[in-house]
Write a protein that binds this ligand. Structure first.
Ligand code: GRF
Length: 282
């Protein structure tokens, strides 16, 4: 899978993806392009120094969003790109732009969406004395931080946390979970459609795969009249709104649940292995 990463600043999430590719953690991924929207974006120089194709498309040089997005589109289309990854890309994209590449645009946002859309999430989380904070990786749709969620990771907020400590702790998880999300897509475990994310031929609900602070995972997938809950820790459940279900469908749902649970357990194991290697990047 060929990806382009769009940045506006430091670029640590982009570097995390690059490192994961280098270390074999993203075996099916090639980082074909890094685009920066500001000349001050430090990540662009870092990408160039690593020999990655890096392009500046400076928003301040365009008089309208439309012209900026046209230039962006032109550059993207010069490369064989399967997925656009917005990682600290501080521009809101128009519905027209999104429609050109949908559903293959994802974004990482530092909050547990739908809570705390927009900027300064860590500060606002602390001001509200939240006990939980986290990150979300979602499909980009028109509208800020609104698309269907692919993966969400929760972290605990300590009473001693400052904006700096919380930012630093979450950023390490951002690097890990962005890598995970791209990996799930590149390996075809999760697919993207204009209607949301899918697991096999089941629809992942808008809340995506949720990882708790304790590293437990859960997700809900639906098809027709059926809802399957999958958990890395418990049996989960299969619920149908039809009273007399077809036995074959039941069997298929059970198999799907088992396979999805196996996936969550496999990811959990991978996350635990990564934990011991976690270091700040950028
Ligand atoms: C990250 O916190 C990301 O979630 C947010 O902007 C920050 C970008 O950091 N959208 P970096 O440029 O990847 O270091």
């Amino acid at each position: 899978m060929n990806i382009a990463v769009l940045i506006s600043g430091r670029g640590s999430n982009m570097l995390a993806l690059h490192q994961a590719i280098q270390s074999g953690n993203l075996a099916n991924v090639t980082l074909v392009l890094v685009i920066g929207s500001r000349k001050e974006a430090a990540g662009l120089a870092k990408a160039s120094n690593l020999g990655l194709p890096a392009e500046l498309i400076d928003r301040s040089k365009f008089s309208s969003r439309r012209d900026f997005e046209d230039a962006l589109t032109q550059t993207i289309r010069q490369h064989p790109i399967d997925l656009l990854v917005l990682a600290g890309f501080m521009r809101v994209l128009s519905a027209d732009f999104v429609a050109r590449f949908a559903p293959n645009i994802i974004n990482i946002h530092p909050s547990l969406l739908p809570k705390y859309k927009g900027l300064n999430t860590h500060k606002r989380v602390l001001a509200a004395q939240e006990k939980k904070h986290g990150l979300t990786i979602h499909i980009v749709t028109a509208g800020l931080d609104r698309g269907p969620i692919i993966v969400q990771k929760e972290i605990a907020v300590a009473t001693t946390d400052t904006e700096e400590s919380l930012t630093a702790r979450l950023l390490i998880q951002e690097h890990l979970f962005l890598t995970l999300a791209v990996r799930l897509l590149a390996d075809g475990e999760i697919t993207l459609t204009r209607d949301g994310a899918r697991y096999q031929n089941w629809k992942l609900d808008r809340r995506g795969i949720k990882w708790t602070a304790e590293n437990h995972a859960k997700m809900k997938i639906t098809r027709d009249d059926m809802v399957i809950s999958v958990s890395s820790e418990t049996q989960g459940s299969i619920v149908s709104s039809l009273p007399n279900r077809n036995r074959n469908l039941d069997k298929e749902a059970e198999q799907t649940q088992e396979a999805a649970r196996e996936l969550l357990c496999r990811i959990k194991k991978w996350l635990l292995e990564q934990d011991s290697n976690l270091r700040p990047i950028g």
